[in-house]
Design a protein around this ligand. Structure first.
Ligand SMILES: C[S@@+](CC[C@H](N)C(=O)[O-])C[C@H]1O[C@@H](n2cnc3c(N)ncnc32)[C@H](O)[C@@H]1O
Length: 359
C-alpha cells in the first residue's frame, strides 16, 4: 500500500513538472488580456460577469475566464472573496504579485513575464536535446536561431525591443539599490554601467546621487536608441575592447551571461578602467559593483523557491548564452585571477546580491 502511495506521489511530481508551462502560459495570457489592470481600475472585488464585460469578449467565454482566474488565484496571483453568501458569488482582488504586473504602475514586471514566453525564448528549449550532441554552437539559442543572442538582437529589432523592455522593467525593482545600499555609491564622482541597456538602474541611482557623472556602455544597436540627459551619457561600444575610466564600474546581470574565460576578460578590462588615486600614484581607488546571483546561499536557510529559481536561471543562462550562475567560491576565484584583492557580498534582493570588488 505504501509503495502504491509513493508511486502516485511520484506521478503527481512528474506531471506537475511536465505541465509547469501551463502556469507560465496562463500568467502571460492574463497579462495580455490586461486582467490585473482591469481589476485595479474596477476599484473593488470584480465578479466574473463584470470581468467578462470589461474584457469585451463574448459571454460564452465566461467559464473559460473563471477557470483561468481559479488557477491564477490558486497560484497566488489573485485573491477571491465571497461577495454574497446566498448567491455564492466570488469577487477577485489583486495580490502583491499581480500589483507588480500593473502596466499603469512602476515597477511593472509584465514586460519581463511576457518576454520569458516569447517564441524566440522558447525555441532553444525545443533543440536543447540536439545541442548536447553538437559541437558547432556554444548555446542552444545559437542552435535554434543561427546566432548568439546579442547578434540576434542586433538584426531583430522586434525581439531587441522586447528584451530591452524586459530588462528595464526588472531594473525598476532596483530602486532599493539606491535607497538601501546608498553607502555603496557614496563618495563616488563617476560611474560606468557596463551593459547598462536603457539606463534604467543608472537613472535610479542618479535620482539618489544627482551629482554623479554616469556613462552607460552598451552595444551600438542598444546605445543608439537612448537619449543622453543631465549627467548621463550613452556610449556604444564593446566591453571586451574598452571600458571608460571611472571610480566605479557597475555590471548588473552581465557576468551570468558569460563563461569564466569571458568574465576574466571583462573583469581585467574593469580593473584597467577603475580610476587611480590622484594623491597616490598608481594606486587604484575605485571598485567594481556587480549585481548578480550567488548560488549556495541555501546553506543559510534560503527559501526553497529562491534556491529553485537560482538553479533555473543557471540552466537558462547555459541555454541562452553559455553563461552560468556562480557560488561564492567561483566568484572569488574569478576576482583573484583577474587581479582584485578582496570583495564584499551583500545579499539584499531576495534573488540577487550586490558584490563590491576592490583592486
Ligand atoms: C542581461 S542584459 C542586462 C541589462 C542591464 N544591465 C540590466 O540589468 O537591465 C545584458 C546587456 O549586455 C549588453 N551587452 C552584450 N554584449 C556586450 C558587449 N560586448 N559590450 C557591452 N554591452 C554588451 C546587452 O546588449 C544587454 O543590454
Amino acid at each position: 500500500m505504501e509503495a502504491n502511495i509513493e508511486m502516485f506521489e511520484a506521478q503527481v511530481h512528474i506531471l506537475k513538472h511536465a505541465y509547469n508551462y501551463v502556469n507560465s502560459m496562463v500568467l502571460a495570457t492574463a497579462i495580455q488580456l490586461n486582467i490585473p489592470d482591469i481589476i485595479h481600475t474596477h476599484g473593488k472585488p470584480i465578479t466574473i460577469p463584470d470581468l467578462v464585460s470589461a474584457l469585451k469578449i463574448p459571454p460564452q467565454k465566461s467559464n473559460a475566464v473563471y477557470r483561468i482566474m481559479r488557477l491564477l488565484t490558486h497560484n497566488g496571483f489573485f485573491d477571491s472573496t465571497k461577495l454574497n453568501e446566498e448567491e455564492e458569488e466570488d469577487g477577485y482582488v489583486l495580490t502583491a504579485s499581480s500589483r507588480l504586473l500593473l502596466k499603469s504602475q512602476v515597477p511593472n514586471l509584465s514586460p519581463f513575464a511576457l518576454f520569458t514566453v516569447d517564441p524566440v525564448m522558447l525555441a532553444p528549449w525545443k533543440v536543447l536535446g540536439d545541442w548536447f550532441s553538437r559541437n558547432e554552437e556554444s548555446s542552444a539559442f545559437e542552435t535554434a536561431h543561427g546566432a548568439p543572442m546579442w547578434e540576434f538582437c542586433d538584426t531583430n529589432s522586434r525581439f531587441n525591443n522586447v528584451f530591452n523592455e524586459a530588462m528595464a522593467s526588472d531594473s525598476q525593482m532596483m530602486r532599493l539599490v539606491a535607497k538601501d545600499c546608498g553607502q555603496v555609491f557614496e563618495g563616488l564622482s563617476t560611474l560606468v554601467d557596463v551593459g547598462g541597456g536603457t539606463g534604467t538602474i543608472t537613472k535610479l541611482i542618479l535620482e539618489a546621487f544627482p551629482s554623479l557623472k554616469c556613462t552607460v556602455l552598451d552595444l551600438p544597436h542598444v546605445a543608439a536608441k537612448q537619449q543622453d540627459c543631465q549627467n548621463l551619457r550613452f556610449l556604444g561600444g564593446d566591453m571586451f575592447h574598452s571600458i571608460p575610466s571611472a571610480d566605479a564600474i557597475m555590471l548588473k546581470h552581465i557576468m551570468h551571461n558569460w563563461s569564466d574565460e569571458d568574465c576574466l576578460k571583462i573583469l581585467k578590462k574593469c580593473r584597467e578602467a577603475i580610476s587611480e588615486d590622484n594623491k597616490n600614484d598608481g594606486v587604484k581607488k575605485g571598485k567594481v559593483i556587480i549585481i548578480d546571483m550567488v548560488l549556495g546561499a541555501e546553506k543559510d536557510n534560503e527559501a526553497e523557491d529562491i534556491t529553485e529559481l537560482k538553479l533555473m536561471f543557471d540552466v537558462l543562462m547555459m541555454v541562452l548564452h553559455s553563461g552560468k550562475e556562480r557560488t561564492e567560491k567561483e566568484w572569488e576565484r574569478l576576482f583573484i585571477q583577474s587581479g582584485f584583492t578582496h570583495h564584499k557580498i551583500t545579499p539584499i534582493f531576495g534573488l540577487r546580491s550586490l558584490i563590491e570588488v576592490f583592486p
